[in-house]
Design a protein around this ligand. Structure first.
Ligand SMILES: Cc1cc2nc3c(=O)[nH]c(=O)nc-3n(C[C@H](O)[C@H](O)[C@H](O)COP(=O)(O)OP(=O)(O)OC[C@H]3O[C@@H](n4cnc5c(N)ncnc54)[C@H](O)[C@@H]3O)c2cc1C
Length: 490
């Protein structure tokens, strides 16, 4: 039996490992952390469970092609209820709450009531989102692999792409800010800022399209349940998951991979290695001699890393859920060289297992690469102090808005880019890539031409990345291993 080592037990690594093991390989996952899942995780503090990733999942709708991958890997199954919240986001503006609903018709009607002057732009938004509602990420096989059930681009998918294409090109050439600025109503502009300003507008419209199509639901149990399901599938197939096992180097002899060396100097042999660790950090650390493939140099040069500071709060009082509409701060929150002028939160209190009774469990992300600031703070011994200062500012702002929270904040937990780096080894703690104006939609090849038996999976392979890309590129990497050894992919 040919041996495959997968470096990293995040979603892409678990996916690669499951498909490779099912196809007849002897697969070992080496995961540096004490649990699998990588960026797809949640954590518990003082009785509150903070959902770190899965708020809305692309592919939760059984009608989508990606859904089959979530099911084949055990991340989802028929028994997992998927909750489709009606509201997606909301902003307090003057005396109103302006909302984005899952149903774009409802959103458009609501926007029109608020700002009849924006009729033309609202109709445009409606048409754009509807066009993208028919559009989904296709699942296909790589060239040259033998598969039991070949998956090619469906004719019906192609037919759906053709009418969307001119819109896609246009929306890829403007930023989200360019798009939202076309609305005259400032409140509507703010409500539509669900994606950072500098991203291409296609990201905003595709997100709204996904929701309007009835996808992007919350599967009960969130990140932890999905990962647990994948780990169980892998182990039931006979795979080996080594936790607390960090790979130090990939061993290469005569232009072919022969295995890996672990941090404790143990050597493990393999016929193929799938690198499912975040790609840039992997290139920096895992190779004694840099790989010469041009696509890897392009990936490194072109990647703009999405990075955040993640805030979690457990409060013993009832607050709106599932979202707390964004509100303007009287006193902006300065942190790590950034300024937050508003706050908004997810409140998962209504989801099973997240919060004690009559309590709120809040999460929010401040987007921006503040890695250097936190790194410097750590070096100067000011890291905890800076984190506490930020926590104090957030608590003050929350208590000012919700006086019932005063003296009831039981926990506030802040994950900085350094936290993400520590737990996942990712470059700057990054978990997706920024897809800006003019950035090409690329799928990187995922294998090395110069060294045989090395494959790559993970969110960097198809920017902007995310969970669907992680599971899909894991499957692709397993197919590449099958192709190398002329094995049927299962
Ligand atoms: C706050 C937040 C919100 C998000 N929201 C969404 C969302 O709404 N929708 C969406 O689609 N995605 C979202 N994501 C992104 C998504 O979680 C990631 O893109 C995805 O989980 C990446 O999976 P991956 O397998 O490519 O990488 P990772 O999750 O980074 O997995 C890599 C694994 O490799 C391990 N590793 C690293 N180095 C080594 C080594 N040397 N040896 C052994 N193991 C190693 C790490 O510990 C980790 O487990 C979000 C992420 C965050 C943090």
């Amino acid at each position: 039996m040919k041996k495959v080592i997968v470096i990293g037990g995040g979603i892409s690594g678990l996916s690669a490992a499951i498909y490779a093991q099912r196809s007849g390989f002897d697969v070992t996952i080496c995961e540096q952390h004490s649990m699998a899942g990588g960026m797809c995780t949640s954590w518990k503090r003082k009785g509150y469970l903070f959902e770190g990733t899965v708020h809305w999942l692309t592919g939760s709708n059984p009608k989508t092609e990606i859904n089959q991958l979530w099911k084949e890997t055990g991340a989802l199954n028929e028994q997992v209820p998927v909750i489709l919240h009606e509201q997606f986001s909301a902003v307090e503006w003057e005396d109103k709450i302006i909302r984005i609903y899952r149903d774009i018709e409802k959103t458009a009607k609501h926007f029109l009531e608020i700002s009849p002057d924006d009729k033309k732009q609202i109709n445009k938004l409606l048409k754009d989102v509807k066009a993208f509602s028919d559009f989904e990420m296709p699942v296909t096989d790589i060239k040259g692999v033998k598969t039991q059930h070949p998956k090619r681009m469906k004719f019906s998918t192609l037919l759906k792409i053709i009418p969307v294409f001119p819109r896609l090109v246009k929306l890829s050439r403007m930023t989200c800010k360019d798009y939202t600025d076309k609305f005259t109503h400032i409140g509507i502009q703010k409500t539509l800022k669900i994606i950072p300003d500098e991203y291409a507008a296609v990201a905003l419209i595709a997100t709204l399209g996904t929701l309007n199509a009835g996808d992007g639901g919350y599967p009960e149990g969130g990140s932890l349940a999905m990962v647990e399901g994948m780990v169980k599938t892998f182990k039931d197939l006979g795979g080996t998951l080594l936790l607390n096992t960090k790979v130090k180097k990939i061993r290469i002899e005569n232009k072919a991979v022969v295995g890996v060396t672990l941090n404790n100097e143990t050597e493990l042999n393999a016929d193929a290695v799938i690198v499912a660790q975040e790609t840039i950090a992997a290139l920096d650390n895992l190779f004694d001699t840099p790989l010469q493939d041009k696509w890897l140099a392009d990936l490194r040069k072109n990647t703009k890393s999405a990075v955040c500071t993640f805030i979690c709060m457990g409060i013993r009082c009832v607050l709106p859920e599932p979202i707390i509409p964004a509100w303007e701060l009287d006193e902006p929150i300065e942190h790590a060289g950034m300024t937050e002028t508003q706050l908004c939160f997810y409140n998962n209190a209504g989801h099973k297992g997240y919060a004690p009774k009559d309590s709120a469990v809040l999460t929010t992300a401040f987007m921006g690469d503040t890695y250097d600031f936190w790194k410097k703070a750590k070096e100067k011994g000011r890291y905890e102090e800076e984190k506490q200062a930020l926590a104090d500012k957030i608590c003050r702002a929350v208590c000012k808005k919700f006086p019932q929270a005063q003296d009831n904040i039981e926990v506030i937990d802040i994950a900085t880019p350094l936290t993400y780096e520590r737990y996942t080894g990712a470059y700057h703690g990054s978990w997706m890539s920024i897809s800006g104006v003019g950035d090409k939609m690329t799928t990187y090849p995922g294998f090395s031409k110069s060294i045989s038996g090395i494959y790559f999976a993970g969110h960097r392979m198809m920017p902007p990345g995310g969970l669907p890309v992680a599971i899909y590129t894991g499957r692709m990497a397993a197919q590449m291993v099958c192709r190398q050894f002329k094995v049927m992919f299962r």
